[in-house]
Design a protein around this ligand. Structure first.
Ligand code: HEM
Length: 124
């Protein structure tokens, strides 16, 4: 086989391998940050005082911001749409935190649940 075709084939194989590896990295990055966000969500919902809630909620926001900048393995526009809806709902939580309303903040945070369910179903 001519040398140029041989090199082309090797390049194609390498490109495929690299694409598969980076897909796996994206997926595990998202999953790790999702787990982190889920832990912070639970802690916020279990909190008894606003300072406690605010502390955990900040971690939810930090995770969400990190995730929003990540690449998903497929359907990036749908992934971004879900993250935008989540961010909008987290903004509503922040309003309640500013108003020092713990019950209101938990109510607004709970409203992220249907967003989560919708996009987990659509993106799985
Ligand atoms: C507060 C809201 C959310 C929580 C607590 C949450 C939590 C989680 C958890 C625990 C996982 C499983 C990680 C693992 O594999 O062990 C996960 C996966 C995932 N989440 Fe979320 N999530 C939320 C919202 C969203 C939203 C809005 C989107 C839309 C972009 C999203 C997209 C994904 C994707 C794509 C995966 C990976 C699914 C797969 O394994 O194929 N999540 N999430």
């Amino acid at each position: 086989m001519p040398l140029s075709i041989h090199i082309l084939r090797r390049h194609a194989a390498f490109a495929l391998l690299a694409a598969a590896a980076s897909t796996a990295v994206y997926a595990s990055e998202v999953k790790d940050s999702m787990k982190e966000m889920a832990r912070a969500y639970k802690a916020a919902m279990a909190s008894q005082t606003m300072p406690e809630f605010a502390d955990s909620f900040k971690k939810v926001q930090d995770s969400a911001k990190r995730i929003a900048g990540m690449q998903w393995k497929e359907n990036q526009p749908l992934f971004n749409e879900g993250q935008q809806k989540l961010q909008k709902q987290l903004d509503a939580v922040a309003v309640q935190v500013s108003a020092n309303n713990l019950a209101g903040a938990k109510d607004e945070l709970a409203k992220t649940d249907p967003i989560k369910k919708e996009y987990h179903k659509k993106l799985d």
